[in-house]
Design a protein around this ligand. Structure first.
Ligand SMILES: Cc1cc2nc3c(=O)[nH]c(=O)nc-3n(C[C@H](O)[C@H](O)[C@H](O)COP(=O)(O)OP(=O)(O)OC[C@H]3O[C@@H](n4cnc5c(N)ncnc54)[C@H](O)[C@@H]3O)c2cc1C
Length: 461
């Protein structure tokens, strides 16, 4: 059976629905294919906390201010063109979403949060919460504008005409394959975090030790299809994620929160020989990427009572007291030596590590430490008992790298030329997040490229 559409979206997370709805609104015949089976399909957008931000800033800041914040947060890694596109379009995306019935609340950081806001609990709750409501609203709006949202259907292949332009997709539903002819395809499958082969190939051979802090829906079909079409990939080796208690593998109360990032980046993170291995000052996402690549895939965060009482309570879903409340493994003692014995670390090595670290903090020589300790997050001496040791793992939320696109969300080939008719949006794109410092601009905001894809397709129809 052959079906025809003007534009097909691969995936109905926020990026795919934004692309599909905008294209339908502009008069294109749209089909959004979603491999999830029904209207409650799991995806990262639905599991998210629902904070729309760019580099944690208000999306309605003046364009230049937003652009600067993203540059400061990303350093040299991010593609300037993509940063400018996010800065120039994210404010209007908020207004566009509001026009389509999406409701927001503003949090204390003036960020836009999907309403109704999620409760501040550690375990995953999504039913009836803001992100769930947003996906359902966008799905209904898509239908209202004549588009289709088809569940239980996985896009597995792209077709191109002789001149290289997109000409269709192959989908599978109930074990039946079907071809859909279309001029435009928007890949919005959400990344490859749930594909252990791809994670093993690009990120870490110890993928079995990564905690899946995600919906399990990002299988990497998008990058695989784009690669077959000759697309260029950027920064596939890093991910957005956080440090979690190792007991997240056993307890639903210990993921997706509390993140242990703030404690690790105020104290130290050591391997099981008691040695520092990473620059804690680069923050939790960087540390999660680093822990994922350690031989053991896990590490121990060491802090003192001051850090536990201050940094430990900073986050709105804080590790102090939630870790203890939910039974996470934690060790506590009055001296570093006794703490080491209790937690199974070599006492001599840990005492040595903590002493060297404290000395460097006291004398302002953190850059001389090996590895160096940068100071954009202020280091504190570990000197106020009791001391704490918390075994942590790396939780992967979504992959940071992916398909290379231009400012109109057009997929770029290895020669840097757009592949006609092929677009990508959302977490499947590369060039914004990642790099050596594992920078993070934001996940939901990458739906901006859904708007751009739809508008460019409509213009070139
Ligand atoms: C716990 C948690 C909290 C988060 N909090 C925030 C937050 O507050 N703010 C923020 O900015 N980001 C947050 N994120 C990250 C954010 O959720 C993601 O970056 C974003 O939702 C990605 O959107 P997407 O549309 O690209 O992908 P997704 O939402 O993952 O959607 C992709 C969809 O494509 C479908 N699909 C995949 N392959 C195929 C195929 N071959 N055919 C058909 N369908 C396919 C999948 O089933 C899925 O439904 C959070 C994530 C998690 C897990």
């Amino acid at each position: 059976m052959n079906i025809q559409a003007d534009l097909v979206c691969v995936g109905a997370g926020i990026a795919g629905l934004v692309a599909g709805l905008r294209a339908a609104e502009l008069g294109l015949k749209v089909i959004v294919f979603e491999k999830g089976e029904d209207s409650s399909y799991p995806c990262n957008s639905r599991f998210s906390f629902g904070v729309l931000h760019a580099a944690h800033r208000d999306l309605k800041l003046p364009i230049k201010e937003l652009e600067l914040a993203m540059h400061q947060s990303m350093g040299e890694f991010s593609n300037h063109e993509l940063i400018s596109t996010v800065a120039a379009n994210s404010g209007r995306m908020i207004e566009w979403l509001q026009r389509h019935g999406v409701k927001f609340i503003r949090n204390p950081a003036r960020q836009w949060v999907f309403a109704p806001a999620k409760p501040l609990t550690s375990k995953l709750l999504w039913k009836g919460m803001g992100p769930d409501y947003v996906l359902r609203t966008l799905g209904l709006q898509l239908k209202h504008f004549g588009g289709e949202l088809i569940y239980g259907t996985r896009v597995i292949k792209l077709f191109h005409s002789d001149d290289g332009a997109c000409s269709g997709v192959e989908v599978v539903s109930n074990n039946q394959a079907m071809r859909i002819d279309t001029k435009f395809v928007v890949i919005a499958d959400g990344g490859f975090q749930a594909n252990s082969n791809l994670v093993g190939k690009y990120i870490t051979s110890r993928h079995d030790l990564l905690f899946p802090r995600h919906a399990g829906s990002g299988l990497g079909d998008g990058i695989e299809m784009a690669l077959t079409s000759g697309a260029h990939m950027v920064g596939l080796n890093s991910f957005y994620g956080h440090l979690l208690s190792v007991d997240a593998f056993k307890s639903k109360e210990l993921w997706p929160y509390p993140q242990i990032d703030s404690i690790a980046s105020s104290g130290i993170l050591v391997d099981f020989k008691g040695n520092r291995r990473l620059d804690e000052g680069k923050g939790g996402i960087y540390l999660a990427n680093g822990v994922a690549r350690l031989e053991m895939g896990t590490a121990m965060v060491i802090c003192d009572n001051l850090i536990w009482e201050n940094a430990g309570k900073q986050h709105q879903i804080p590790p102090n007291p939630l870790l203890e409340l939910h039974g996470a493994t934690m060790y506590r003692d009055e001296t570093i030596e006794k703490l080491a014995i209790k937690s199974g670390l070599p006492p001599f090595a840990l005492v040595n590590t903590v002493n060297n670290y404290n000395e460097a903090v006291k004398s302002g020589l953190c850059e001389k430490l090996e590895p160096m300790r940068s100071t954009s997050i202020r280091p504190s001496q570990i000197s106020h008992p009791p001391f704490f040791a918390i075994p942590v793992c790396a939780g992967i939320t979504n992959t940071s790298g992916g398909i290379s696109i231009d400012s109109n969300a057009r997929v770029l080939s290895k020669n840097g030329v757009p592949i006609p008719g092929l677009y990508a949006a959302g977490a499947t794109i590369g060039g914004l997040d990642g790099g050596v410092n594992s920078g993070y601009i934001g996940g939901l905001v990458k739906a901006v490229f859904g708007l751009k894809a739809a508008e460019n397709a409509s213009f070139s129809k």
